[in-house]
Ligand binder design. Structure first.
Ligand code: NAG
Ligand code: NAG
Ligand code: NAG
Ligand code: NAG
Length: 258
């Protein structure tokens, strides 16, 4: 089991609830069809932009859009927000709508046509400028979640899931003329309960050893040949705990408890 990468004593308390991640081969598996390549949970970030790298082809199992209308599995859209209950901010990285400014990004699925990996590059907004830990009480810098929201159809069933990846905005972010204003990107914060109610509760899927099958229009593309016919239902019914221990035993996934 990996030790938390960045949490100091002060922030550790804020992640009181255990956040579990299924990581194999450096990729973070999500409750959906997309797989996160980077950033890793717990990474301190800064620079000119934040870059979120997502494989939207379930590592080559799902074709790229446009999908045939009746395709049993499709990734309709991905929206991404950067929010923090610590700072009270909830910025739009992409809400799927092309905005007039370049402050928030447009449809992720249609960006970088032909590429199964989407590199979502978003210019840090002005209130995150600084270096190191937040120094003032009302600073917008500090711990955040990258909230990755997927609308998708899996084997004929529609889903909407929320996947939060903790990061910290503590590396150097320099002032620059092209930084959007935080206020223009800010949204209301919902309570964790409200967020949970709006989304489906699914486990991380498609990690090595996971038997969730993925039916595409070309037929069923099961991960494990012997496991065909096992849909999400049976995979979910097996229980997350059991899947976790299976993954650890097999030594192919690192489960990080923050
Ligand atoms: C990040 O997300 C987790 C789980 O959704 C939540 O418990 C935690 O409070 C969030 N962290 C921040 C800094 O908002
Ligand atoms: C995402 O897809 C869902 C399901 O098709 C749809 O209801 C929703 O409006 C879409 N959102 C965006 C931002 O396109
Ligand atoms: C998407 O974000 C932009 C910029 O923040 C905003 O103008 C627009 O109303 C948002 N659209 C939706 C559907 O939330
Ligand atoms: C952040 O704002 C978006 C857009 O309004 C919303 O869908 C999302 O649930 C919000 N996140 C939180 C944690 O409140």
């Amino acid at each position: 089991m990996l030790k938390p990468l960045f949490l100091c004593a002060a922030t550790a308390a804020r992640f009181a609830s255990a956040l579990e991640f299924t990581i194999a081969g450096g990729q973070i598996y999500t409750p959906g069809l997309a797989i996160l390549n980077s950033p890793q949970p717990g990474t301190p970030l800064g620079g000119h932009t934040i870059e979120v790298s997502l494989d939207v082809s379930t590592n080559g199992r799902l074709p790229l859009p446009p999908y045939p209308e009746n395709s049993p599995s499709q990734l309709h859209n991905i929206t991404i927000f950067l929010y923090s209950y610590e700072t009270g901010r909830n910025f739009t990285i992409s809400n799927g709508t092309e905005s007039a400014t370049i402050a928030s990004l447009g449809d992720i699925m249609t960006s970088e046509p032909g590429s199964t990996v989407k590199h979502v590059k978003w210019t840090w907004p002005d209130c995150l400028v600084g270096d190191g830990q937040p120094s003032e009480i009302d600073s917008a810098r500090g711990v955040y979640n990258i909230s990755i929201r997927q609308s998708f159809r899996l084997n004929g069933e529609e889903h909407y899931t929320v996947f939060d990846v903790p990061i910290s905005v503590t590396n150097r972010i320099e002032e620059s003329f092209d930084r959007p204003s935080c206020d223009e990107l800010d949204n209301d914060l919902l309570t964790p309960e409200e967020v949970r109610e709006s989304a489906d509760d699914l486990p991380a899927m498609f990690a090595p050893g996971d038997s969730t099958t993925l039916e595409t229009s070309g037929g069923s593309d099961g991960l494990a040949p012997g496991a065909s016919g096992q849909g999400l239902g049976s995979a979910a019914a097996r229980g997350w705990g059991e899947r976790l221990s299976w993954l650890s035993v097999a030594g192919i996934a690192a489960v990080m408890l923050l």
